[in-house]
Design a protein around this ligand. Structure first.
Ligand SMILES: Cc1cc2nc3c(=O)[nH]c(=O)nc-3n(C[C@H](O)[C@H](O)[C@H](O)COP(=O)(O)OP(=O)(O)OC[C@H]3O[C@@H](n4cnc5c(N)ncnc54)[C@H](O)[C@@H]3O)c2cc1C
Length: 341
């Protein structure tokens, strides 16, 4: 009872990355609280699904396996989670900030009369004194849901001290996926789906599905070369793609570069884009606003190429090249081309 729960999103019969990342975070939160980590896997043909989640330290996996639970539709999944939560009374529930998580999360929180913080960038356990309705109280071991607010101008810590479960969504790539023990063994509970999902909830039937293949591997690339508004043009971005080819890297961008039409939106890095953690991140003409840093600050080595020695990104960079992209990029391409021969 009062454990930490993660709703695992399943594509076919595979638990998606964002859910595995949340299991890793959930394990740490559960350890701090001294409780168990449980997860929900709902879909079709889920025999052996537990093998995918146990290495992340899951103590109990709730399996709901039935025709009609894959592909995801809102009502049956909301119904099974809410009915399970009424029995289990979790204290925390984490979901991916994905299309599914954004659809499901509010329905669960509304049914449970709880709160939900979307797009958290960090989750911590803390205790504090707080005054609600003029009454001061000490709240122990609360989930602190941290995220940028007011257009990214402040970083807010949101708490939900009076209601349970404390619910948060997190975007893919924000938390780190970490195996606790490849041989970790928990308990598998196979639920009778009909007990949790009345027949009347199957109101939508998916007739056809089209899953787009990712055009690039920005999230998993060991080296990312990213361009900002300082790149100046789409043509200069072509040089970035040329450098990326020599370095076996992927090309990323700031939102200003995307908005200027220099590069496709799916390459945007940051708070409203992809989160990356490459071994090496080279930022060309990126100033380093907080929303951009949110998506790359955990990179191994950060190199900044900027004409402004005072650019904020230089403060977190390991190496700074003070110069224009027009000067520096051709030299780097020439150097790596010569060395790759
Ligand atoms: C709610 C919200 C969400 C956001 N989400 C994101 C997000 O996910 N990702 C993101 O990136 N931004 C995001 N932003 C926008 C963010 O605030 C910044 O506006 C943006 O990151 C700036 O991009 P930039 O650094 O490329 O451009 P600028 O801030 O204009 O910086 C350009 C830099 O290039 C340098 N420069 C200029 N010319 C040259 C040259 N020839 N050679 C070398 N250097 C040069 C300049 O010195 C400067 O440092 C968000 C904003 C809001 C309000």
């Amino acid at each position: 009872m009062n454990n930490v729960f993660v709703y695992c999103e399943i594509e076919g019969t595979t638990v998606v990355d964002v859910s595995l990342e949340l299991l890793s975070k959930g394990r740490k939160l559960a350890n701090t609280l001294g409780v168990q980590l449980e997860c929900i896997c709902a879909g079709k043909g889920l025999d052996g699904i537990e093998k995918q989640v146990f290495p992340y330290g899951v103590d109990k996996v709730h399996v709901f396996d039935a025709e009609g639970l894959f592909p995801y539709t809102t009502n049956p999944h909301a119904s099974l989670v809410v009915n399970l939560f009424k029995e289990e009374q979790p204290q925390i529930c984490l979901l991916g900030a994905t299309v599914i998580g954004r659809d499901l999360g509010p329905r669960i929180s509304s049914a449970m009369h709880s709160g939900l913080t979307a797009d958290c960038t960090e989750l911590e356990i803390d205790s504090f004194e707080m005054s609600i309705g003029g009454v001061k109280k000490f709240y122990e071991n609360q989930l602190c849901q941290i995220r940028p607010a007011f257009g990214g101008n402040i970083v807010a810590t949101i708490v939900n001290p009076e209601h349970r479960p404390q619910m948060a969504t997190v975007r893919e790539g924000v938390m780190k996926k970490e195996i606790v023990d490849p041989n970790y063994k928990g308990e598998v509970v196979k639920h009778d789906v009909a007990k949790y999902v009345p027949e009347t909830e199957y109101v939508v039937k998916v007739l056809e599905r089209h899953v787009e293949k990712a055009k690039h591997n920005l999230k998993g690339a060991p080296i990312v070369v990213a361009g900002g508004y300082g790149m100046g043009s789409k043509e200069n971005f072509d040089m970035l793609f040329e450098l990326a080819k020599e370095l076996h890297a992927e090309v990323g961008a700031s939102r200003a570069a995307v908005d200027a039409g220099f590069v496709d939106h799916d390459r945007q890095i940051g708070q409203t884009g992809v989160t990356v953690r490459p071994k090496v991140y080279i930022a060309f003409g990126i100033s380093g606003q907080i929303q951009h840093l949110a998506g790359m600050q955990d990179s191994g080595i950060i190199i900044s190429v900027n004409s402004d020695p005072e650019a904020p990104i230089n403060a977190i960079a390991d190496y700074v090249i003070n110069g224009t992209v027009e000067e520096v990029l051709p030299k780097m391409i020439k150097y790596y081309k010569a060395n790759n021969k």
